[in-house]
Design a protein around this ligand. Structure first.
Ligand SMILES: NC(=O)c1ccc[n+]([C@@H]2O[C@H](COP(=O)([O-])OP(=O)(O)OC[C@H]3O[C@@H](n4cnc5c(N)ncnc54)[C@H](OP(=O)(O)O)[C@@H]3O)[C@@H](O)[C@H]2O)c1
Length: 334
């Protein structure tokens, strides 16, 4: 079969579209013809190499996978799945690893996956939509709805809101009834954020987000008032200490990553003075994936897909993600 292969950690010179042995379904597995596979913020990080994270080489990237069952292992209970079924993969497999990160991913023609990590795709959900959901929207759902418990009428500030997790966080916070302020690095991206439901936007190429929040919503006061209730911050770096300055008393900072740096400057005075909470959120569960597909089926959520490309154009999608030219998700068709 054909696959995207990372030969070793490094740059684009390590990426190729080449031949790789076609897998067979093991006894507990189903063999899928991959129909769609999506890119995530961590795909370029995996290519670069993440200290402490062991990636099997050659690596096939792509943790978000939707496909059609073409073969079924002998131990898979009869009646569970049949050939031709449309399925979404659960890429985060506790105790085993994560596909596209520590396990090979789905940027290829075929993949064998344990049947227990497959979910049926409802009829009203396309393969492209099913591939766009698990990692970014799953992470956003856990952060906003499970760990962050975002409530109606809360003010939620989403930094770097234009990526997969960010657009998902904007849409899901709106569904929870929150007032959403979304940040992006251009006026064009801000316009798109308003189109998907953001109530207000901050163009961080022109305006400092702390000054903008203070000006528009008031400077937080120790005994309450001003600022926002929740900051969604997976950017880290210099945004971290600044985020502490925009939260109202009892504010919550939701964190699931650190795109711009994981050991930022801290200012703990704000945490005790304003009685702030830092709420970590990691990964998601199969239940999140099912809930998200149900929302798409019901028409209450439309996943934001920036572009759909043939898998042979993998480098184009990866470069666009690195250049911050993507709004939502990039999906590939093998
Ligand atoms: N813990 C978990 O289980 C988990 C799961 C998924 C993702 N994550 C993390 O969540 C984060 C977002 O993932 P994603 O897939 O949504 O990534 P993404 O699609 O690449 O989006 C990241 C967004 O952040 C902004 N950005 C990128 N580089 C930046 C920088 N150096 N400084 C400031 N802003 C920057 C960009 O928006 P603008 O250009 O508009 O500013 C971009 O749209 C990543 O840190 C990822 O590792 C964690």
């Amino acid at each position: 079969m054909k696959a995207i292969l990372y030969a070793a950690h490094g740059g684009f010179d390590q990426v190729s579209y080449g031949d790789y042995p076609t897998p067979a379904a093991g006894p507990d597995q189903c063999l899928l013809k991959v129909k769609a596979v999506a890119l995530n913020g961590f795909d370029p990080m995996i290519l670069n190499g993440i200290p402490g994270l062991k990636t099997p080489m050659p690596m096939i990237p792509g943790g978000d996978i939707a496909g059609e069952i073409v073969d079924i292992g002998t131990n898979v209970p009869s009646g569970t799945f049949k050939k031709g079924d449309r399925v979404q993969v659960v890429p985060f497999q506790p105790g085993i690893g994560q596909m596209g990160e520590t396990l090979r991913g789905g940027a290829c023609d075929y993949i064998a996956v344990d049947a227990k990590f497959l979910l049926p795709i409802p009829d009203g959900v396309t393969y492209e939509q099913a591939a766009a959901l698990p990692i970014a929207y799953g992470t956003a759902r856990r952060m906003i709805m499970v760990r962050g418990l975002v409530k109606k009428d809360e003010k939620v500030l989403v930094l770097g809101a234009t990526g997969g997790v960010g657009t998902g966080a904007v849409q899901l916070a709106k569904m929870a009834g929150a007032y959403v302020i979304a940040c992006a690095s251009s006026a064009e991206k801000c316009e798109k954020l308003r189109e998907i439901g953001a109530d207000d936007t901050i163009d961080t190429s022109k305006e400092d987000f702390v000054a903008a929040i203070h000006e528009r919503y008031g400077k937080p006061k120790i005994w309450g008032g001003g600022g926002v209730d929740v900051v969604v911050n997976y950017i880290g770096g210099e945004t971290w200490a600044k985020s502490l300055k925009v939260m109202t008393r009892f504010g919550r900072m939701l964190v699931c990553g650190a795109t711009a740096g994981y050991d930022p400057k801290e200012d703990i005075r704000y945490i005790w003075s304003y009685e702030l909470s830092i709420v970590g959120s990691n990964a998601w569960t199969a239940e999140d994936q099912v809930a998200l597909m149900d929302m798409v089926q019901a028409g209450t959520l439309i996943p934001v897909i920036d572009r759909v490309l043939p898998l042979t154009d993998f480098n184009e999608g990866l470069q666009a993600l690195i250049d911050r030219k993507v709004f939502g998700k990039v999906v590939f068709i093998p």
